[in-house]
Design a protein around this ligand. Structure first.
Ligand code: GLN
Length: 237
């Protein structure tokens, strides 16, 4: 499983979310604490953030197929990247999946940024020509974009029913909302005074982190955090 992190709140630096915390994504790339599948996340990294302008929020991405810990430039630039909404990930490729930057989250449709922790049988996903890569996560992202993010919970429950072995932790943001599903892996939430963090695992040992129960949808807006139970669709186990 990869590890991902989302932020919605005040403008903060990317480094303060990803590089500086004692157990942030940088450390999680080689020493995750809660990862159940895979030992480390050496198959790439991606940082997405929303850039606020008069025309609205524009998603920007920086992705690589190399390990985050080996990047010689990102540590210099990340303190200068500030955003109110961030989606970042480090990747442990599933067996058989291509290792390439285009297979690395976050994926985008031009409005949303989306990351997937997990695995899904590509045979249960609809054929699509809009996926960036043949990687399961890229095809899942294209499927979710095509169905619309308002249907995220239903889409995950349907795919999880079609592939009972799937793990479908998805994290998505559009600049004003963060959405996440918990389906087979961990997710924690930190409510800070300046915003909300959703992360595969806590980036520090603050007691304010809460674990989100399995099979839930989380929605974060500037006003509130909402958790909704997800049920497998009819005909499932
Ligand atoms: N299945 C996805 C991939 O191969 C995600 C892997 C993961 O969560 N470790 O990239």
């Amino acid at each position: 499983m990869c590890r991902h992190l989302g932020w919605l709140g005040a403008d903060v630096t990317v480094s303060s979310l990803v590089l500086d915390p004692p157990h942030g994504l940088l450390v999680q790339s080689y020493a995750p604490r809660r990862q159940k599948h895979g030992l480390m996340n050496a198959d790439g990294w991606g940082i997405g953030f929303f850039d606020r302008s008069l025309e609205g929020d524009t998603p920007r991405r920086w992705r690589s197929q190399a390990p985050l810990w080996g990047d010689v430039s990102f540590g210099s630039v990340a303190p200068a990247l500030r955003s109110h909404c961030v989606v970042a990930a480090v990747r442990s490729a599933s067996v058989g999946m291509p290792i390439e930057a285009s297979a690395t989250a976050p994926f985008t449709d031009g409005r949303w940024l989306l990351s997937h922790n997990g695995i899904v049988d590509r045979a249960v996903l609809p054929l699509t020509s809009s996926a960036e890569s043949a990687c399961d996560s890229a095809i899942l992202a294209a499927t979710i974009f095509a169905r619309g993010l308002d249907a995220l919970g239903d889409t995950i429950a349907e795919i999880g029913t079609a592939d009972p072995l799937a793990r479908l932790n998805v994290l998505a943001a559009n600049g004003s909302r963060l959405l996440a599903t918990v389906w087979g892996d961990t997710l924690s939430i930190l409510r800070r005074t300046d915003g909300v963090v959703l992360a595969s695992e806590p980036y520090d040992d603050a007691p304010e982190w809460d674990d989100v129960p399995d099979r839930h949808l989380v929605e974060v807006t500037p006003q509130r955090v909402t958790l909704t139970a997800l049920n497998a669709t009819k005909g499932s186990r």
